[in-house]
Write a protein that binds this ligand. Structure first.
Ligand SMILES: NC(=O)c1ccc[n+]([C@@H]2O[C@H](COP(=O)([O-])OP(=O)(O)OC[C@H]3O[C@@H](n4cnc5c(N)ncnc54)[C@H](O)[C@@H]3O)[C@@H](O)[C@H]2O)c1
Length: 373
């Protein structure tokens, strides 16, 4: 077995790649980033310079030939996750794949099979399993603080993504539900001890961004779990004012609320503005809520340090490809529910020929009926 720090390669050089590299620097004891691969040469080189990464590649397949790299993180568009995962697995390296796991259920299954075939770990980049404030809520719930839990709510909202590919459903697979709801579905499932999802009901629409996307920019999703609890997931690309992420947990014996951003921020008024408040905040003038230790509060450094320990067999992955696949199944059911205007029982199998989750809503009867009105 290799010694010293786990050597990591990152695919991608923009938003989430930046978070990966910064997270490894925040928790530097387990792993070091030795290579970055991104197709735009200037971007990859600038990224490498910013984080002091020695090796730069424009083709990730070339990076995979580096024998000493043990773990590769994927911070590239959703439509590329499956092929990248299969290539990384074939190169014998452990994989950290960002959410959502893939565009389709079939891709997700192939990714899991490829990791098994090559004897590597497929770890799923769901940082909400590592978010300290949310873990505190889970710790209290597991200790019985709230009695039997009947409702878990999670919501993540902002005014829409930073890169064009998110808005293109052929590259993203869907809108706010796919991009942000994947967190909420995973979180409720995790919080409730991975109780199986029995049904999914979703309502969605494109309320403010119809000029730039076919995707939904707001969604409500209700999950019923086998243990009797309900998950309520609210997501938006239409919510002004920067990132908002929160949970609420209700049980027969108690309740807890956790607001990840405004609840961890310094209520601030500034006439002049200042450098940075929080992810996707449009301004720092007037009343704002600057967060501190943003990545630590999300849990990404803790997540990636854990994955590095898993790569050395010191821990077992707490977020896996299988978790990502459960989420993908629920996403398909969610889009089918919105498309058909009814609750969908799980397990749900999409009809043959459906290329991506959002097609079930875009081509469903509810849209056709709305168009006729
Ligand atoms: N966990 C989270 O909270 C979170 C947050 C943001 C994004 N993400 C996920 O991370 C992934 C990346 O999102 P992002 O926000 O960083 O997007 P981005 O647009 O900011 O960056 C995408 C990167 O992928 C690179 N890329 C594109 N094609 C490539 C190829 N063929 N080979 C190698 N690199 C390629 C681009 O050059 C770019 O550097 C997505 O799956 C997204 O859903 C997760």
């Amino acid at each position: 077995m290799a010694e010293g720090k786990v050597k990591v390669g990152i695919i991608g050089s923009q938003f989430q790649a930046d978070i990966h590299a910064a997270s490894f620097q925040i928790m530097p004891h387990e792993a070091e980033v030795v290579a970055i691969a991104s197709p735009t040469p200037g971007n990859a080189a600038a990224f490498a310079k910013r984080f002091g990464i020695p090796r730069v590649f424009t083709d990730y397949r070339e990076m995979l030939k580096e024998r000493d790299i043990e773990m590769v993180t994927i911070a590239a568009p959703n439509s590329l996750h499956a092929q990248m995962t299969k290539d990384i697995a074939a190169a014998g390296k452990h994989i950290v794949c960002e959410k959502p796991l893939a565009m389709t259920i079939a891709e997700g299954e192939e990714m899991i099979a490829a990791a098994k075939q090559h004897g590597v770990l497929l770890m799923y980049g769901e940082e909400l399993f590592f978010t300290p404030k949310y873990l505190k809520a889970k710790e209290m719930a597991d200790a019985g603080a709230f009695g039997k839990i009947y409702l878990v709510k999670q919501s993540e909202k902002h005014f829409g993504p930073h890169s064009p590919w998110f808005w293109d459903v052929n590259r993203s697979g869907g809108g706010a539900l796919m991009d942000l709801g994947c967190h909420g579905i995973a979180f409720c499932y995790f919080f409730l001890g991975r109780s199986p999802i029995k049904s999914v009901y979703c309502q969605m629409g494109t309320y403010v961004h119809a000029d730039k996307t076919k995707a939904e920019d707001d969604s409500l999703c209700i999950l019923e779990f086998a243990n009797g609890a309900v998950g309520l997931i609210e997501n938006s690309w239409a919510r002004r004012g920067g990132m908002d992420d929160r949970i609420e947990v209700f049980g027969e014996a108690g309740v807890t609320y956790a607001n990840l951003h405004m609840g961890n921020a310094l209520p601030t008024f500034s006439e002049n503005g200042y450098g940075y408040a929080v992810e996707k905040a449009p301004t720092t003038k007037g009343w704002t809520y600057p967060v501190f230790e943003e990545l630590w509060n999300y849990g990404t450094p803790q997540e990636l340090a854990h994955f590095a320990r898993c790569a050395r067999g010191k821990e077992n992955p707490q977020a896996t490809g299988e978790d990502g696949l459960v989420v993908l199944h629920a996403l398909y059911a969610g889009y089918a529910s919105a498309g058909e205007g009814r609750k969908i029982a799980m397990p749900y199998q999409p009809p043959p020929g459906v290329k991506k989750p959002i097609d079930l809503w875009l081509n469903g009867p509810t849209r056709a009926q709305a168009a006729q009105r």
